[in-house]
Design a protein. Sequence first.
Length: 254
Amino acid sequence: MNVGMMQPTFMPWLGLFELICKSDIFILLDDFQFSVQSWDQRNRLFVNKNQVDWYTIPIQKSESFLKPFNRAIINESVPWRSKMLKRIQQNYSKAGYYSEIYPIVEKWLLTIKQSLAEQNILFIKSICSCLNINCEFRNSSDYPSTNKRSIRVLELLRWCLATRYYSANGSFEYMYEDSVFPVHDIDIMFQDFRHIPYKQVGSPNEFVPYLSVIDALMNTGPATTYELIKQGTVRWLTWEERMVNRSQAEGVHS
């Protein structure tokens, strides 16, 4: 069983959807700790020609600080939803697939969810439907635990009967530090996503990578975006290969 997992970040980049594509079961880490002013609540898109900036979902900070994702509460006292829609209109109305993608984004943004996790998960599932990505989703909160970091990851993998874990590249360091992985019955494959450039209405001369998936969808449409996602990691790295890379990096800096 191929399993991936990630916190349900806000309007995620292509790399998160690549992990979903590789998974039979994808675990949305909705009870992991929410981090203020992180990818959890913001992401980047164009705001002017040749300029990108943050699109942010406001949070009730006093109610959400140091809380898990599914207890981080959206601040609806400000008209952020209509403002974000207007901003997307202004910057992407001339994109080739705007008329197809904008209604999906609009429906999502006008669907009010109380928690940040619920709002972000709705986006992720809406985009997967648009891209015809079929995967079983599970929420980590459905398998509660007091364990943290690598031990928590391992028990979630056991919960899904995983035989292979498709992991984000950045997870390796804490997994290495915790000395829980590797385990004999689960192969670990680390992502090495490389953006394939595409034409962007906001930056006609120079490609800007690592934006929300909305940028690719607006500019290239669902079919091409799906191919950009599938081709992002040419070669997934094993635990052993990451260990070699780490040793080589230590040798360079020693």
